[in-house]
Ligand binder design. Sequence first.
Ligand SMILES: [Zn+2]
Length: 178
Amino acid sequence: MSLERMICDSCGAPLDVPESARFVTCRHCQTHLRIRRDESVHYTEQLEQIEQHTRKISERLENVSAYQKVEALDREWMIQREGYKTYSKNGSQIPSTFGAVVGGIAMTIFGIFWMANASRHSSGMAFFGVLFIGAGIAMSVYQFASAIRYQEAESRYHQRRARLLDQADESLDLRNRD
Ligand SMILES: [Zn+2]
């Protein structure tokens, strides 16, 4: 069996490696080495480094996929969010409970003024004030309900996002542990 003189990749000690060997343990520093025989050069490589490298790649992939899930969730939410928007001549907006209440109060005040003003002329016109108030309250209740639905959907989105980020951080932590 012929031996080949090589250098330990970790401590630099000379090693006599059998020609057919693929792995060897350094007698001086006990490092596990892989024998690399490329076309022109033969050298040793620390096994732990190779394993670490492979593990880091797989953990990085895990991490990437966790962040991809966050991105997918964000995109999904952006689409879902559009569905809650109300459109008016002032553009689109997310329903808010505050806006719903203010809108209802404004319509009610308008209806009261209408009735006060119209009742001086005819009782028929004054009745429209009741309709304005009724429509105002109905609109307000509807907008309030959709604002609540939006808030619930938004908090579900934030919860899911936080969970996914936790998972991503966990795989980061595992990677940084060593
Ligand atoms: Zn060594």
